[in-house]
Design a protein around this ligand. Structure first.
Ligand code: NAP
Length: 499
């Protein structure tokens, strides 16, 4: 049941007076539950409980933490249709997407559950004279998690950040996303059930409601909080990063933020399969109404007759795809505004816009184009337009293309579409791109982020605030731990796996 209250440890609490409702973007009407924002005292209590819980939780065996993570997945699964319906009513996203994202969320929880069953992930290392030094990874302490609006399950309450932090031995306090507070509360109730059934310390998890930025700001400034996980906009992530670094004790903020995900198409690829690429990319640009951090927002090619045909074809194919509802009126307004800001730059030209009847909060997909020269000179053309939008840049030659790539801000992904005959000439492109992105995709699309060991989901700033880590896959656990060494310790005092 959705109560609108905060979960502070295993207690439901609603002492505040600030209330808010989520919105059904398809109907453009508020959902019924009134959510009560956490008060300053409730925030303090949640953090104090997390800090107390850390003493016990960091020493709980991997086996037990694993059982906890598996139990969370089982309890979320047991929420059944209620979760799917709530998700749909708060996001306007279809049932298939809700179920797919739920599957991904369960998979992540179970993956981290399996990872921490043994202590190998802590990388135990023994060296020095007479093996006197023994090193392993230990958890940082209470972690605050901010989820993104566009992934109410997989990057939110029990998403990758929460799952990896709990796996590492860190209690978690979630600052609930106001756009999907009901989905968040249902998931929080599942985590609480799992915590109680597997006898986890009280305070190992809390979920705090908030309508504005105040709750998040207090959490990040709280001296007992030791790290922050964030998925969302560059503006939000940067604000929290700055706040955390101004504390008396600065703490790490692992923010995964916006990206325009450049795609480079070679002339030979255009000659061989321009029409196929146009269809594949029309689908990728409009997937999830373009509301993915890996959405291909920038396409680069060298000026040619084939590129002109491709641009027009991509425009037509994108405009022909049915319009869909965006997550929220604010995101829809930002899409329109940011799209206009790019299109209205000198030299930019709209190629095609989805035509036909558009309902409230539905996005009109757009393709626009600009010259390489204009793109190089104007950073406003480099901004993320979060939604079904892509800008095709027509470069003068290979040199200009490489220059543009060097000038790009850090990105989550880069994609190269090329033919076998291109391989011998691709090294300079790969090298440039490698220094700007976290992952290069070859002859594919950037949308779709597999949750597997070798996945890198991160990249140079502003794709993320720390390019040394990934937010997806097993390695994401490394964000919540630090290296620690025992020196000269007697065997009896060492943890079992370091003996
Ligand atoms: P958002 O507006 O940045 O919000 C994310 C969360 O941070 C919300 O809970 C928000 O609270 C909070 N927040 C934002 N600014 C804050 C501040 N100054 N102080 C304290 N808290 C603050 O982002 P969104 O709309 O949810 O997500 C869309 C964006 O996420 C897109 O730019 C997309 O590219 C990016 N994204 C990135 C990834 C990735 O993995 N890199 C994945 C998905 C999405 P309030 O809502 O209460 O203000």
């Amino acid at each position: 049941m959705i109560t609108g209250k905060n979960y502070i440890g295993n207690t439901l609490s609603a002492n505040g007076v600030v209330t808010y409702q989520t919105l059904n973007p398809k109907l453009n009407t508020p959902n019924p539950t009134s959510f009560v924002e956490a008060t300053s005292e409730e925030i303090d209590l949640a953090v104090a409980l997390a800090s107390q819980a850390f003493d016990a939780y960091q020493n709980i065996s991997g086996d037990k933490r694993s059982a906890f993570l598996h139990a969370i997945a089982d309890e979320i699964e047991a929420l059944g249709d209620t979760l799917v319906e709530t998700y749909m009513s708060e996001t306007g996203l279809p049932e298939g997407r809700a179920k797919g994202e739920r599957g991904r969320t369960l998979g992540q929880l179970r993956m981290f559950g399996d990872l921490v069953k043994t202590e190998d992930w802590r990388n135990p290392t023994i060296s020095g004279e007479a093996n006197e030094l023994r090193q392993y990874l230990i958890p940082l302490g209470p972690v605050v998690v901010f989820g993104a609006s566009n992934f109410p399950l997989a990057y939110s309450t029990a998403g990758g950040d929460t799952a990896s932090a709990l796996a590492a031995g860190c209690p978690v306090i979630v600052k609930s996303h106001p756009m999907h507070a009901g989905t968040g509360e249902l998931v929080a109730s599942a985590i609480q059930k799992a915590a109680q059934n597997t006898e986890m310390p009280k305070g190992v998890f809390s979920n705090l409601n908030s309508a504005g930025i105040e709750v998040g700001v207090q959490l990040v400034k709280h001296p007992m909080v030791k790290a922050v996980g964030f998925t969302g906009s560059i503006r939000g992530g940067r604000a929290l990063y700055d706040l955390a670094s101004q504390r008396d004790e600065p703490i790490p903020v692992f923010a995964e933020m916006g990206s325009i995900n450049p795609v480079i198409i070679t002339q030979k690829a255009l000659e061989a399969r321009a029409s196929e690429i146009a269809q594949t990319y029309a689908n990728s640009i409009t997937l999830g109404v373009g509301q993915f951090c890996t959405n291909p927002g920038l396409i680069l090619g060298i000026k040619s007759a084939e590129l002109t045909i491709f641009i027009n074809d991509l425009g037509e194919k994108t405009a022909a795809i049915d319009a869909h509802c965006m997550l929220h009126p604010n995101i829809h307004t930002a899409y329109e505004k940011n799209g206009e800001a790019v299109i209205n730059q000198p030299d930019a030209r709209v190629v095609a816009v989805h035509q036909g009847e558009i309902e409230e909060n539905y996005a009109q997909a757009k393709i626009s184009t600009v010259s390489g020269d204009a793109f190089l000179k104007n950073p406003k053309l480099h901004q993320e337009v979060f939604g079904p939008f892509s800008l095709v840049v027509q470069c003068d030659d290979d040199n200009q293309l490489l220059q543009i790539i060097s000038q790009l801000e850090g990105q989550l992904t880069g994609t190269i579409l090329a033919e076998k005959e291109d391989y011998k000439d691709l090294s300079p492109l790969v090298e440039r791109l490698q220094n700007r992105v976290g992952r290069i995709i070859f002859n594919g699309v950037p949308t779709g982020v597999a949750v597997v060991d070798a996945m890198t989901h991160g990249g140079p700033y502003p794709a993320s605030t720390d390019s040394r880590f990934t937010a997806v896959g097993n390695q994401a656990i490394k964000r919540w731990v630090r290296l620690f060494s025992y020196q000269g310790f007697p065997e009896e005092l060492l943890p079992g796996f370091l003996k």
